[in-house]
Design a binder for this molecule. Structure first.
Ligand code: ADP
Ligand code: ASP
Ligand code: MG
Length: 423
């Protein structure tokens, strides 16, 4: 008998009625002849609430205690869902990451999964039970509780599917598939029947928060067949994510995304000498700070360059501190500037490889609506532009038009936010 892993996000388990609907969806899959594992997130906005609660207690909570706190959200959902399945006449058992054995690195707040023990899951599946597992959390080899980063339940589900060699991992959410842009930004975007792992991974990394990037990475590595589908329209097959070589067609641009979670840091007058960039970015890496876009200016006469780069907002203060501490070594006349008014917009498509003109078309389209580009970065299948914050919705709408990614019909979005408002 094949195994199906279903994952339901926060909106899908936001209240008791919705939890009953999820119970019915799991039982329906079991009746269709599969063994079923359900991975759930915390109810509604519980994790946001827990984060704000911690911030009321202290502005500087320890990462270990944050994980202790945040992991409780998912534990509430698994117990309630298991009760609901039993109340619907089914057999089930809930398990947290410690009970299953979801082993992660010893890093708090963004741990990677190293191993998923399958013994207890399969034992319970073989007894005819639906196994309900807490997403987003793990346990270190020393028994410490960890979390996988915001949105990480997707990754829990895919890792469990990979370990169990499941037939499929269905990510049920509040939209009925992957669209060419966030349907809350552009309501008339196209739904994709399929998208490649490579494109979805880039989209998730550049801000399409419909999937946690590491879930796509894991699915690609372990060949897990993955679908994104609606919790509210169970018969809809959503969007299939598969290898680029299995795609029937691909357009030059498959999708777009906006990201407003970064800040730009500028260091002026960095001495034009070997080792200075290595010193700066080495120090940031040592402190676990990920850098995204980087530009080094061409200092023609002064023997020094300006270096600009982007980091996540949460890393702003620490980054500034590190940069200031390095100034005496880099150049005494240097200064550190912070630019918080930025947004990054990106286009992604496997079809842009070896196709000239896509970047020029993107820059022209943005220019035509008066949007200035502050920084640019590219990969083989992605082009990102840093623009002024506040312009991202116009930019995404413009890019959807430019690359034929919109349509007449409005997308199907369920949840507590009207189209046009981002989370
Ligand atoms: P869940 O709580 O189920 O994990 P998320 O909020 O993490 O749900 O992800 C679903 C949301 O992702 C949607 O409500 C939508 O606003 C957003 N989203 C961003 N980009 C896209 C996209 N390209 N296609 C579909 N949804 C997207
Ligand atoms: N509850 C966690 C969060 O809100 C994990 C998830 O939803 O995937 O980020
Ligand atoms: Mg999510």
């Amino acid at each position: 008998m094949g195994i199906i892993v279903q994952k339901f996000g926060g909106t899908s388990v936001a209240d008791p009625q919705k939890i009953h609907n999820v119970a019915k969806a799991a039982l329906r899959e079991q009746k269709n002849g599969s063994q079923v594992v359900v991975v759930v997130s915390a109810m509604g906005h519980t994790t946001d609430y827990l984060v704000s609660l911690a911030k009321e207690v202290t502005q500087n909570p320890s990462p270990r205690e944050m994980d202790m706190l945040l992991s409780t959200g998912e534990q509430v959902s698994i117990a309630l869902l298991s009760m609901a399945i039993q109340a619907e006449g089914g057999k089930s058992i809930s398990m947290n990451a410690t009970q299953v054995g979801i082993i992660t690195e010893s890093v708090h707040g963004m741990a990677r999964i190293l191993d998923v023990k399958t013994e207890k899951i399969t034992k319970n599946l073989d007894k005819g039970r639906i196994v309900v597992i807490a997403g987003f959390q793990g346990i270190t080899p020393d028994g410490e509780i960890t979390t996988l980063g915001r949105g990480g339940s997707d990754t829990s589900a895919v890792a469990i599917a990979a370990a169990l060699n499941a037939d499929r991992c269905d990510i049920y959410t509040d939209v009925d598939g992957i669209y060419t842009a966030d349907p809350r930004i552009v309501p008339t975007v196209q739904k994709l029947e399929q998208i490649s792992y490579e494109e979805m991974l880039e989209l998730a990394r550049v801000g399409a928060n419909v999937l946690h990037p590491r879930s796509v990475e894991t699915a690609k590595q372990c060949n897990v067949l993955m679908r994104v589908r609606s919790s509210f329209k169970l018969e809809d097959m959503g969007t299939l994510i598969l290898g680029v070589d299995e795609m029937e067609i691909y357009k030059p641009v498959a999708g777009t995304a906006a990201d407003t979670s970064q800040v730009r840091i500028v260091l002026t007058h960095v001495k034009d000498a070997p080792g200075n960039a290595a010193l700066l970015f080495g120090k940031l890496a040592e402190n676990n700070i990920s850098v995204d876009m980087i530009i080094q200016s061409f200092g023609r006469t002064s023997g020094s360059n300006d270096i600009a780069f982007t980091v996540n907002k949460e890393d702003k203060n620490q980054t500034v501190k590190i940069c200031e501490s390095l100034l005496p070594e880099l150049d005494k006349s240097g200064e550190v500037y912070v630019d918080e008014d930025i947004a990054k917009v990106s286009i992604v498509g496997a079809g842009m490889v070896d196709r000239p003109g896509i970047a020029a078309a993107m820059f022209r389209a943005l220019a035509d609506v008066g949007i200035n580009i502050k920084m640019i970065s590219t990969s083989e299948i992605k082009i990102s532009c840093l623009i002024e914050k506040g312009n991202e919705k116009l930019a995404i709408k413009t890019l959807c038009k430019e690359f034929n990614l919109d349509c007449e019909e409005a997308a199907v979005v369920n949840g507590d936010l009207p189209p046009g408002e981002t989370k």
